[in-house]
Design a protein around this ligand. Structure first.
Ligand SMILES: *Cc1c(COP(=O)(O)O)cnc(C)c1O
Length: 430
């Protein structure tokens, strides 16, 4: 009776899985809006060259360069797959529950997987500095970490409303050597236009993106980096699901249900897409469930072309979206608060391969289940990952009622040690 499986260092997958050629219908390409300059022609100025190539690659498998494999090892890959036996007992469910431990991350989230890859490619291309935006803060921390390891500078524009309460994350980014600005900031032209009117402006992801883009465009030694939504980001994250497939072989088991939380789709895609490939190519039957918040249930929006950012600087992507000017109430699982879902996952949802559930914005039900998880399994999940746990527990309870012995696999995208004030305020832990 195993409770945990990990891989040997030499068993870690050394190729990423690109699902694009295996999709049931062709992926709609990005599009320019009718008016204004071409955003598509500007993509080489926004993205790292190798990442842009990967974004449209027709190859099913892409070799992971040795330098990136070394960085993955430094960041603690492979990461274990656990059987949640204590939680099963507590729930008195006949279901078998498994979770992937992306919380074993030096910055607390799965985002280091793509941050390390992007920094390594940026370094190869001769860049000296990366700029980015961050909302919840996990992406900014991951990029600061990856930049430090690859000898690059890193500038982060961080939405002020979150910057103000995540003091520990701010200190961690600074310890890693990043320049961090609350956004809107006085250091970019666009930011200053808002900052001068109101130095306490709460900011938004869209504003922060505009600041990061402006900064990178002015400096030829700098490039911009994105942490979710795009095809190459999901592909870098497939290391999660590819490891999990090998680990399930050792457990001699296979999932019937795959669950993860979904903001822009990078951890969901990373965990689910290798399994989705087996559904599409080998006729495997798996139910996929994306756990979301009712403040940003983008998978319940409309499937149409929309901008990825508020300021309309990106091309338009065909995706499930709530509209790029949608107002979304702040939540503690702030990483799930994004208006659109990755084009790949949107297409799969449109074709009927992905179900979704959205939990109430007060987050009580979600965090109560996170509490049940830490009290049985011992790990503190990130606020976002708590949605994954919550959906898995809800499914396991349905199995108790129906008597079904399903195998439920869920991804825990990060740990919550830097986000405890969020749990404190929702659960009243004073
Ligand atoms: C950013 C983040 C998410 C949400 O982003 P996705 O791209 O949808 O994965 C979820 N969990 C954690 C821990 C995050 O940092």
């Amino acid at each position: 009776m195993r409770d945990m499986v990990n891989l040997r260092h030499d068993e870690v997958p050394d190729r990423w899985y690109n699902i694009i050629p295996d999709l049931p219908v062709p992926l709609p390409p990005p599009m320019d809006p009718v008016e204004g300059p071409s955003r598509i022609n500007n993509l080489p100025n926004l993205l790292i060259g190798e990442c842009l190539k990967q974004e449209f690659s027709p190859e099913s498998w892409i070799d992971i360069p040795g330098g990136i494999m070394d960085l993955f090892a430094k960041a603690g890959r492979p990461r274990p797959l656990f059987r949640a036996r204590n939680l099963e007992k507590k729930l008195d469910t006949p279901a078998r529950l498994y979770y992937k431990g992306e919380f074993y991350s030096p910055t607390g989230s799965h985002k280091v997987n793509t941050a390390l890859a992007q920094c390594w490619y940026a370094k190869q291309q001769g860049f000296k500095r990366l700029t980015t935006e961050t909302g919840a803060g996990q992406w900014g921390t991951a990029l600061a970490y990856a930049a430090a390891l690859t000898g690059l500078k890193c500038t982060v524009y961080w939405v002020r409303s979150v910057f103000n309460w995540k003091k520990d994350r701010l200190s961690l980014m600074k310890l890693l050597g990043a320049d961090v600005h609350a956004s809107p900031s006085p250091v970019t032209k666009f930011g200053k236009s808002l900052y001068d009117k109101n130095p306490q402006h709460v900011g938004s992801l869209g504003i922060a993106i505009s600041e990061g883009l402006e900064d990178a465009e002015k400096d030829p030694a700098a490039t911009y980096s994105l942490g979710s939504v795009l095809n190459h980001v999901l592909m870098h994250q497939t290391i999660i699901g590819l490891e999990a497939q090998k680990q399930f072989e050792v457990f001699d088991d296979y999932p019937d249900v795959i669950i993860s939380c979904l903001g822009g789709g990078s951890n969901f895609g990373g965990f689910a897409l290798p399994f989705m490939g087996e559904v599409l190519k080998k006729g495997r039957k798996i139910r996929f469930i994306a756990a979301q918040s009712r403040v940003a249930p983008n998978l319940q929006g409309t499937y149409q072309y929309d901008f990825a950012d508020y300021a309309e600087m990106t091309p338009m992507l065909k995706m499930y979206t709530l509209g790029h000017h949608c107002d979304m109430e702040p939540i503690k699982g702030d990483g799930l608060r994004y208006h659109g879902c990755s084009p790949i996952l949107s297409l799969l949802r449109h074709e009927g391969y992905i179900d979704t559930i959205a939990y109430p914005g007060d987050e009580k039900h979600v965090f109560e289940n996170a509490r049940l998880f830490i009290q049985t399994e011992g790990w503190l999940p990130a606020p976002e990952s708590s949605y994954s746990i919550c959906a898995a527990i809800d499914e396991a309870i349905k199995c108790r009622e129906s008597g079904e012995t399903k195998v439920i696999a869920f991804n825990i995208s990060g740990h919550g040690f830097l986000d405890i004030p969020g749990f404190r305020s929702v659960l009243g832990l004073e």
